[in-house]
Design a protein around this ligand. Structure first.
Ligand SMILES: Cc1cc2nc3c(=O)[nH]c(=O)nc-3n(C[C@H](O)[C@H](O)[C@H](O)COP(=O)(O)OP(=O)(O)OC[C@H]3O[C@@H](n4cnc5c(N)ncnc54)[C@H](O)[C@@H]3O)c2cc1C
Length: 329
């Protein structure tokens, strides 16, 4: 998505980017598919509007719960639909799609399975590339599946369990995205989670999984990545930095990184981009990690709910601190 965001931004500014993306495209990604409110106006400019809006979220853990109201609505949409729309926008304005996998990157040229393509400015939007071995090993497991027949008490429900949290939202009429992040070696089963929390069990009482099995991904630690030095190259999206899904800000950050990198690329300033991104996001990611650790520990989450009772603006403050300022500029 970061690559498509950069492409849309570049075509808006009169450039003709080449998009390298292996087939099949679009495909499912391990993601809750929640789009934070601040990126919706920009997406509307690219012709992307949301049928499913989210005006509040319910955070739950056994006997504790906390409702959060969004001052502007968020959105939700399946990656399959969203990525296709973003690609269509970029292509209609001149971007070129080459459906090939990148197998090597050298200064000023990219090699795919079939050809060598020279570049003047390169955007790398793929987190794990075999030719750039990552120093940070995965420490989380992420999972996603679609369900039908779920019964939600809010358009977005987040459940905190010991060692994992689960987000549930309706991405299409009658189709629910269930996304999970765990810090354990093995993913818990749905039955195990249902046995731990009555409220969670109620949601799944008549649920039916629409995927043949859970889609699972290994997730590295969150934070700003150390990216290899390559001339005229911009790492964007999760390849540049990753924020915990507890914040619901990942896609918004991903979109912003593509757009911001496009602006810096037109000024031929990759170093300036890196510095600016670090300055803007180090604190944002640290704040999101607080929420992430609370959701991984129900006892901490309970304390958070209790504190929130005395400081009712706490949630709004944390929410603002984890949002992407690019869209407000
Ligand atoms: C469990 C979980 C739930 C989440 N839920 C949310 C949420 O609800 N809301 C939110 O805002 N964020 C969420 N996030 C975060 C969000 O999903 C990511 O930040 C976002 O998807 C990153 O997008 P990206 O473009 O960087 O990477 P990707 O979307 O993974 O794109 C990388 C692209 O690179 C391509 N690629 C890979 N290798 C090559 C190659 N060799 N050559 C060419 N192309 C290649 C891939 O095909 C892919 O299309 C969640 C994350 C997790 C782990």
């Amino acid at each position: 998505m970061a690559g498509l965001s950069a492409a849309c931004s570049l075509v808006d500014q009169g450039a003709t980017p080449i998009i390298l993306e292996p087939t099949p495209f679009p495909s499912h990604k391990v993601c809750g598919e929640f789009f934070s409110p601040e990126c919706l106006p920009q997406l509307a400019k690219w012709g992307i509007t949301f049928d499913h809006k989210i005006d509040n979220a319910l955070f739950c853990s056994q006997n504790s719960s906390l409702r959060f109201s969004f001052s502007q609505p968020a959105g939700t949409m399946s990656h399959l639909a969203f990525d296709q729309k973003l690609l269509a926008y970029a292509q209609n304005k001149g971007a070129i799609l080459i459906p090939e996998k990148v197998v090597a990157v050298r200064p000023n040229e990219v090699q795919t399975e079939k050809r060598v393509i020279p570049y003047s400015q390169l955007f790398i939007a793929a987190g794990r590339l075999p030719f750039f071995p990552s120093k940070s090993q995965p420490i989380y497991l992420g999972a996603k599946a679609y369900f039908s027949g779920l019964k939600l008490k809010a358009p977005l429900m987040m459940f905190s369990f010991s060692g994992c949290y689960v987000g549930i939202t309706e991405v299409e009429k009658g189709v629910y995205n269930v996304a999970l992040l765990s810090n354990q070696k093995e993913l818990p089963t749905l039955d195990q989670l249902c046995a731990k929390d009555e409220g969670f069990r109620d949601v799944f009482e008549k649920g039916h999984m629409l995927f043949p099995s859970w889609m699972v991904a290994k997730i590295p630690p969150f934070g700003i990545r150390n990216t290899p030095p390559l001339p005229n190259t911009f790492f964007i999206g999760d390849a540049l930095s990753a924020i915990p899904p507890a914040s619901g800000a990942g896609l918004s950050l991903t979109l912003a990184s593509g757009m911001m990198a496009a602006d810096f690329a037109l000024r031929k300033d990759p170093e300036g981009f890196k510095k600016e991104w670090k300055k803007r996001h180090s604190m944002r990611i640290k704040t999101a990690k607080l929420l992430h650790h609370c959701l991984l520990r129900p006892a901490l989450f309970k304390t958070y709910c209790h504190t929130h009772h005395f400081f009712p603006t706490l949630n709004q403050k944390l929410f603002r601190l984890t949002r992407e300022p690019f869209f407000y500029a």
